[in-house]
Design a protein around this ligand. Structure first.
Ligand SMILES: Cc1cc2nc3c(=O)[nH]c(=O)nc-3n(C[C@H](O)[C@H](O)[C@H](O)COP(=O)(O)O)c2cc1C
Length: 181
């Protein structure tokens, strides 16, 4: 049987990003029959321009990676109450080509603040709806006070967060299997 392929995208370019570390932790939770890849290169995208129709290797690689994956997980910080520009820019590149259409997704926001980046998460979910993704009420998670839930190596020290991420991943796999039925 083919492995389930999950592409993970972090909205943060920062080294030792808490959001990227959450994705790395999900990669560890993922069972052996899951092929889990964290996308790299969000910073290399050109600015989105709907009039730009030349081939761009970074954009086409992103599109192909999404096309080949069974599901996508996005984990993002909130900047000034919104989704980071680099993440929104990348998502804008796949609006008209539709790689996320009908694709199961999970969306996470993490913040050192109490709010958990909930405004960025709400905005991201709207974008994911516009892109035609498959999700349900268990597909989103906002994580407050993230710095108290990871150790200096970026590993999760909070049991409840570990459980929530496991449930989020399990729900995503259910959505993948439902789609294949
Ligand atoms: C320019 C800027 C704006 C920010 N705005 C918000 C915000 O609106 N809400 C929030 O919860 N955190 C905000 N933060 C704090 C980020 O959540 C925090 O830096 C977080 O650790 C970034 O995620 P990362 O660790 O994955 O890089 C902001 C940080 C920066 C640098």
């Amino acid at each position: 049987m083919n492995k389930t392929k999950i592409l993970a995208i972090s909205g943060s370019l920062r080294s030792n990003s808490t959001n990227t570390n959450i994705l790395k932790n999900i990669g560890k939770i993922a069972a052996k029959d899951i092929d889990f890849e964290i996308f790299e290169g969000l910073e290399k995208f050109p600015h989105f321009n709907p009039g730009f129709d030349e081939d761009n290797i970074v954009v086409s690689d992103f599109r192909k990676k999404i096309q080949k994956s069974d599901a996508v997980i996005i984990c993002t910080p909130e900047y000034a109450f919104g989704v980071p520009g680099v993440l929104k820019n990348a998502l804008d590149w796949i609006v008209s080509t539709g790689e996320l259409n009908d694709k199961p997704v999970a969306a996470i926001s993490a913040s050192p603040l109490n709010s958990g980046g909930d405004k960025a998460l709400a905005s991201l979910l709207l974008t994911l709806t516009a892109l035609g993704t498959v999700k349900n009420e268990k597909s989103a998670l906002s994580i407050p006070n993230i710095k108290q839930k990871l150790n200096t190596a970026g590993e999760i020290t909070d049991e409840s967060l570990q459980k929530s991420l496991t449930l989020l991943l399990e729900n995503l796999i259910v959505l993948v299997h439902l789609k294949k039925e």
